[in-house]
Design a binder for this molecule. Structure first.
Ligand SMILES: Nc1ncnc2c1ncn2[C@@H]1O[C@H](COP(=O)(O)OP(=O)(O)OP(=O)(O)O)[C@@H](O)[C@H]1O
Ligand SMILES: [Mg+2]
Length: 314
């Protein structure tokens, strides 16, 4: 029987039609990815998605990588550490002001088990929602001795008593280098840095790497910058390709081969309380995020070994 890719190729023509070629290519990718088994990490991976620059694709990346991995069978806990609550919105989690949220977790009133919500679209994905109340937390906890470890302690005590095993714990960070982000960096072993393919992309990256260095030195010596992902990539522009080459040159083993294209479907999905993985599963945005998730899954043995090595050194 004719495959979907062949049908598209037949209708839209051969490679001389760029639209047809692109659709056929995406469909072929989609079909290939459906058949691939995603390896599960041998132990939990703890990943904070951070970049103090606003609007670079942190939340889209957290939500869609988590959704893609959940779809492939992994158990995921996603913690929204941004008072904007965009990840909570995108996954359809209830997060009005006054609702229990990560705010109550950080301030010790609730445990993660009390506030986590199961994502309606993906039953193996649990969300710890944030709410606008979280914006007060940085000031409210500023004088506590343990202020950088509030999330870590909550996560450790939740996981110690939870019967659920998670393959991945993701933390979506706000666009800052404040206490909420430091809490995320102290609670995880890996940083995933989304980098927007635009002119100022690398500006600010030095500051972020410097801050991560300080956290490694003072609070969490096993923290590893494991992954960078170039987002909003436009393959027609030289600029996008240049940004990718620059990042690749500086961080050759960290940046994923997959880039996330700029596509309206990725920006539309949250308004339906959905990830792009379920909103437009065969589109270029979803396919790219699934491909990136596969790369992340396939790198688990290398990344976990590197973290273990760091932990052994301490
Ligand atoms: N690949 C993409 N193509 C098109 N639009 C995108 C893409 N990725 C993200 N967007 C849109 O760009 C905006 C910023 O993305 P997102 O919210 O993921 O970034 P962020 O880094 O989490 O932002 P913030 O710093 O505010 O937390 C959103 O409107 C989002 O829908
Ligand atoms: Mg965000």
């Amino acid at each position: 029987m004719e495959s979907a890719a062949e049908t598209i190729q037949r209708i839209f023509g051969d490679a001389r039609s760029s639209v047809g070629a692109e659709m056929a290519e995406t469909t072929t990718h989609y079909e290939r990815l459906q058949k691939i088994e995603f390896p599960r990490p041998s132990s939990t991976r703890y990943i904070a998605v951070a970049n103090q620059k606003g609007g670079v694709g942190k939340t889209s990346t957290t939500v869609n990588i988590a959704a893609a991995l959940a779809q492939a069978g992994a158990r995921i806990l996603l913690i929204d550490m941004d008072p904007q609550g965009n990840a909570s919105t995108a996954l359809g989690a209830q997060h009005n002001s006054g609702d229990v949220s990560v705010y109550d977790v950080l301030e010790g009133r609730r445990g993660i088990e009390d506030v986590r919500q199961r994502c309606a679209e993906f039953p193996s994905l649990d969300v710890v929602p944030s709410s606008i109340d979280l914006s007060g937390a940085e000031l409210e906890v500023a004088n506590l001795d343990e202020r950088t470890y509030l999330l870590k302690h909550a996560l450790d005590s939740f996981l110690a008593q939870s019967e659920d095993h998670y393959d991945y714990v993701f933390v979506d960070c706000p666009p800052s280098l404040g206490l909420l982000v430091i809490n995320a960096m102290c609670a995880v072993t890996e940083m995933l840095i989304p980098i927007q393919a635009e002119y100022y992309a690398l500006e600010g990256l030095g500051q972020l790497i410097h801050t991560i260095g300080l956290v490694q030195k003072h609070y969490n010596s096993s923290l590893l910058v494991s992954t960078m992902l170039v987002t909003m990539f436009d393959k027609r522009t030289l600029l996008s390709r240049e940004v990718y080459e620059q990042v690749k040159k500086h961080y050759p083993n960290i940046v994923l081969d997959t880039t996330i294209p700029r596509t309206v479907k990725i920006s539309e999905a949250p308004s339906f309380g959905q990830s792009v993985i379920s909103y437009d599963p065969r589109g270029i945005g979803a396919v790219a995020y699934v491909e990136a998730a596969l790369e992340i899954a396939q790198r688990s043995p290398t990344v976990l070994a590197a973290i273990e090595l760091k932990q052994g050194e301490n």
